[in-house]
Design a protein around this ligand. Structure first.
Ligand code: PHE
Length: 450
């Protein structure tokens, strides 16, 4: 077009930025994965480590990603190409695109379950059932592998549909209203859960730490969970950062996104554990923990039928705003670097995800052949992304910003070229240069020493 570059798509308002980034962060990671990890990794001790890592590493890594994205105005790979031309740094971006694809493949399995549970909620299929029956339903559903695959396909299609239409009229609009609603319903459920008989045990499990439970494995699990939950370490926030306007404040954006994400995770814990203990569901029961506990809570609630529907609809939407950001990483890369049409890129990425995702879903069936190295394909994808690729990605990202991009450009970016104050800039730089790389590396190593 006469040498004019088409204006890049972007977010239109400040609230839109926070909402979209929070939409990416808040999802199944908070409401499904967080309670599972906490339940399997020592309860309150895990929570304590988790909060420490959020503060010390979550904010700086998130900020670093936003800085890379906004400074370069490119996708996860192109960003490194632009900021560090003719270097090996773009491999961090490639790793991110790969990681996003792998996460989307197993994440969409669980996202599909939320759709199944919406149907179950609408058809009132939990009513009057005891725990054994609800657990049976959940395992029947798993053993019906193709039903999982179909819901997963529906979910991937929905994600593709939004991403297909682009950032402004897609992502932003959906995120803005629904996250606050999710927060509200979690608060209501939390109160209900805490009023159940025997709830106190659950609260103790969640808030009364036993420090002897902190091991290398707990540390790496918590680190992985923090990065997973905040959507950092794989370029989702580099990509979103590239859509942020030059006068938005990156430090406050990182802080508000981190804060809301953490709030939702802790609230999910307050909903799940008191109820789980009250009903006699093992905190370490993994996949069933959330999907069995919730219907039990709704069964005990006045208006439970409606709350149940609203909850699973909101959960599905929270998952959707996360999968959108996962898919967007690949689509932005394919369309900007490989010059595919946005629509073509979306369709290709969705088909690839569906193929791997099918393996992931079918691997959960009892006696499934889709086991690799003693793990189901689903668990393997989860393990490789959250405990290997995200920590490494986060590590490289802070090293890049701290040492390669350097002090001047970093300060320029977080102060919007000196037009706003960032009083914590020196502390942030110190953390990004020294504390974060060391801490991530140490935790990473400790996680693999038995
Ligand atoms: N943060 C999302 C969640 O908690 C998952 C996610 C991870 C999204 C990485 C994007 C990138 O559900």
């Amino acid at each position: 077009m006469g040498g004019h570059k088409k204006q890049r798509d972007g977010f239109t308002s400040k609230l839109g930025v926070v909402a979209a980034a929070a939409g990416s962060a808040i999802g199944l990671g908070n409401i499904y994965r967080f309670p599972c990890e906490l339940g399997e990794n020592g309860g309150a001790a895990f929570l304590l480590v988790y909060l420490g890592i959020v503060l010390l590493l979550g904010v700086p890594v998130m900020l670093s990603e936003l800085v890379i994205g906004r400074r370069s105005q490119r996708n996860a790979v192109g960003a490194f190409k632009k900021l560090a031309p003719k270097s090996i740094w773009p491999f961090v971006g490639y790793m991110g695109v790969l990681c996003g694809f792998l996460i989307f493949a197993f994440y969409s399995t669980v996202a599909g379950w939320t759709l199944e549970y919406i149907v179950k909620a609408v058809t009132n299929s939990f009513q009057g059932k005891d725990l054994a029956a609800i657990e049976q339903d959940f395992s029947d559903f798993h053993n019906n592998g193709w039903r999982n695959v179909i819901w997963q396909g529906v979910f991937i299609f929905l994600t593709g549909f939004v991403v297909f239409r682009g950032v402004q009229n897609g992502i932003e609009k959906y995120s803005k209203v629904l996250m606050p609603m999710l927060l509200l319903i979690l608060i209501i459920l939390g109160v209900r859960s805490m009023l159940l008989p025997g709830a106190k045990e659950g609260l103790l499990f969640l808030f009364h730490p036993d420090f002897s439970k902190i091991t290398g494995e707990v540390l790496i699990s918590a680190l992985g969970q923090v990065f997973f939950s905040l959507s950092v370490g794989m370029g989702a926030l580099i990509t979103y950062g590239s859509y942020i306007k030059k006068d938005d404040n990156l430090v406050t954006t990182s802080l508000s996104v981190t804060l809301s994400d953490t709030l939702v995770a802790v609230l999910a814990g307050i909903v799940i554990f008191p109820a789980a203990f009250s009903f006699g569901i093992q905190p370490s029961s993994g996949m069933g923990l959330v999907f069995n506990t919730l219907p039990m809570i709704f069964n005990q609630m006045t208006g439970g039928y409606f709350f149940c529907i609203i909850f699973f609809v909101l959960l599905a939407i929270a998952a959707l705003t996360s999968t959108i950001s996962l898919l967007e990483v690949a689509v932005a890369y394919l369309s900007e670097e490989l010059h595919l049409k946005r629509q073509t890129a979306t369709v290709l990425a969705c088909i690839a995800t569906m193929l791997l995702g099918t393996y992931s879903s079918l691997s959960l069936k009892q006696g499934s052949p889709f086991y690799i190295a003693g793990m189901s394909c689903f668990d393997l994808l989860d393990f490789v992304t959250s405990k290997v690729l995200l920590p490494l990605g986060g590590l490289f990202i802070v090293i890049f910003v701290g040492w390669k991009l350097g002090k001047t450009k970093f300060f320029d970016e977080i102060t919007n070229e000196g037009t706003i104050k960032a009083s914590s800039k020196k502390v942030l730089l110190f953390i990004i240069r020294f504390v974060a790389p060391l801490a991530i590396a140490l935790i990473f190593v400790s996680g693999f020493i038995k």
